[in-house]
Design a protein around this ligand. Structure first.
Ligand code: KIV
Ligand code: ZN
Length: 527
């Protein structure tokens, strides 16, 4: 049965707040701005840009996004107290459409042990917080933290008070990922029926993935009548993450017959947004991740391949191009010119300046000399690498390196780099080629780096595949991620390390206290 499309679901993206809060996903202010730009292109309705009272870095990042990004509403998170709300307003007030998102916990366990407040005190705090926020700005969202473990009648009471105090959006978070689709559906219906809210107040949902149910719960809530859903790119977020934006959006699109609902998302921007987030955080999604994983559209078994050749719809419920996955066949070669290169990037949705095209084209030519076939995946990797390096001041530039390694000898590396105009040469040894190289770079740059994480990923298949390295480096109280691509994995490793090091040396890296990755494991890199 096909239901008429009548409902427009608003997409509230919290990648830069709930997502960024998760261990290992800390982003610099520049990276956040770049992701916010892409979220706007993707067509989200709301960007939750951060938690301004959490740190000066968070405040600045939210303020910059609010003053720069046009299109979506820009929200900031605030606890239900005066200081947080005023700080949040200061950060978002420059936005075209600012929103203050305030929250307080409503479950018995949170009220008793975390807040040490009685239910009536919590209701008063919610009312005062919302009233203050509403006196500052026109749009206020109120969240009842841990709603799914709260008493339903208490939720009706606090949401009614919040709506009367001026909240325009009422959010029902499944903070600990505890609910189930049926239970959440019933809760949302109950609240829509019983909360006494003025006309136009929206119900919103926010699901965590502890039981792997975040997307299913979100879809159940949409069926129950919720009109705003909170989610993140690649499903990143606290613990097991938040509901994945791409999965919700594509479920609504592919199964329009089920929900009769639509979103404002330009689905062709999904893949690019996912890749950008992976590149700025240095954390890759697993290959079998729905919609954006490397295997999401790969058909390996003979029976499936045979079916696909006979008719794509036998095994494909959506097309890779619907979500912007690039073609993996040959697109450009050694003899392709600058115009063809530019046209292909435009086809992929990139709008680059002439200088950016020049520099990406140089990388393309170098790659074409080393690699037989250049695909869209390679082009996206080149542009991603250029983006990662362009936004960082190059305090040190690596001119050349040499690495010698083998199973019966100690790995050694020598490097020549330029630091603030001075050419320096150094050599070092290490447990493996990468460790020797990084020690030599440290020596030459007079840098004391600690490698926290190192990942190598092949962009395409084959022996001449482009390798993409992401690293996370700490020096003193600063931590930064870096990225590098090359057909030579040692060169990609060097580029990634230089990228992270330059962020730290130029002052663009996060302070350790601002980095939401306290549990990040130190990994040895004895390659
Ligand atoms: O999970 C949660 O409860 C939250 C709220 C602050 C909305 O992230
Ligand atoms: Zn959350």
């Amino acid at each position: 049965m096909v239901t008429a499309v009548t409902r427009r679901i608003r997409i509230f993206d919290t990648t830069l707040r709930d997502g960024e809060q998760a261990p290992g996903f800390g982003m610099t202010a520049e990276a956040k701005l770049e992701v916010a730009r892409q979220l706007s292109k993707l067509g989200v309705d709301v960007i939750e840009a951060g938690f301004p009272a959490a740190s000066p870095g968070d405040f600045e990042a939210v303020r910059t996004i609010a003053e720069t990004i046009t299109g979506p509403t820009i929200a900031g998170l605030a606890r239900a107290n005066e200081d947080d709300i005023r700080r949040c307003y200061e950060a978002v007030k420059g936005a075209q459409k600012p929103r203050i998102h305030t929250f307080i916990a409503t479950s018995p366990i949170h009220m008793e042990y975390k807040l040490r407040k009685k239910p009536e005190e919590v209701v008063r705090a919610a009312r005062d917080a919302v009233a203050l926020a509403r006196s500052l700005g026109p749009e206020v969202e109120f969240s009842a933290e841990d709603a799914t473990r709260s008493d339903w009648n208490f939720l009706v009471q606090i949401f009614t008070v919040a709506a009367r105090a001026g909240a325009t959006i009422l959010n029902v978070p499944d903070t600990v990922g505890y609910t189930t689709p049926k239970e959440y559906y019933d809760l949302i219906r109950f609240l829509i029926e019983h909360v006494d809210a003025p006309e136009g107040v929206q119900f919103s949902v926010h699901c965590h993935n502890d039981l792997g149910l975040a997307v299913a719960n979100t879809l159940a809530a949409i069926e129950a009548g919720a009109t705003q859903v909170e989610c993140t790119i690649n499903g990143i977020g606290e613990r097991a993450g938040n509901a994945a934006l791409e999965e919700i959006v594509m479920a609504l699109r592919v199964r329009r017959d089920q929900w009769g609902a639509t979103t404002g998302i330009n689905t062709r921007e999904i893949y690019r947004t996912s890749r950008l987030l992976q590149s700025v955080t240095g954390i890759q999604v697993q290959p079998n991740k729905a919609i954006v994983g490397a295997n999401a559209f790969a058909h390996e078994s003979g029976i499936h391949q045979d079916g696909m050749l006979k008719h794509r719809d036998t095994y494909e419920i959506m097309k890779p191009e619907d979500v912007g996955v690039p073609e993996s066949s040959l697109v450009l070669g050694k003899h392709s010119g600058r115009a063809a290169f530019r046209a292909r990037l435009e086809h992929l949705g990139y709008q680059l300046t002439d200088a950016e095209i020049d520099s990406a084209f140089r990388r393309f030519k170098e790659l074409a000399d080393r690699k037989r076939t250049i695909t869209d995946h390679d082009l996206m990797a080149i542009v991603g690498d250029e983006q990662a390096h362009r936004t960082v001041t190059e305090v040190c530039r690596l001119e050349s390196f040499q690495v010698v390694a083998g199973n019966e000898r100690i790995a050694t590396a020598s490097v020549r780099l330029v630091r603030e105009g001075e050419v320096v040469q150094e050599a070092a040894s290490g447990d493996g080629p990468i460790s020797a190289l990084y020690h030599a770079i440290d020596r030459a740059a007079r840098f004391e780096g600690q490698l926290l994480d190192y990942r190598l990923n092949a962009v395409t298949e084959g022996e001449d595949a482009l390798g993409e390295v992401t690293v996370r480096v700490r020096a003193g109280d600063r931590v930064a991620s870096g990225r590098g691509t090359s057909t030579d994995v040692i060169e990609a490793s060097a580029r990634a390390y230089m990228n992270a090091m330059n962020k730290i040396l130029s002052g663009a890296a996060l302070a350790v206290s601002d980095d939401p990755a306290p549990g990040w494991q130190m990994r040895a890199y004895g390659d």
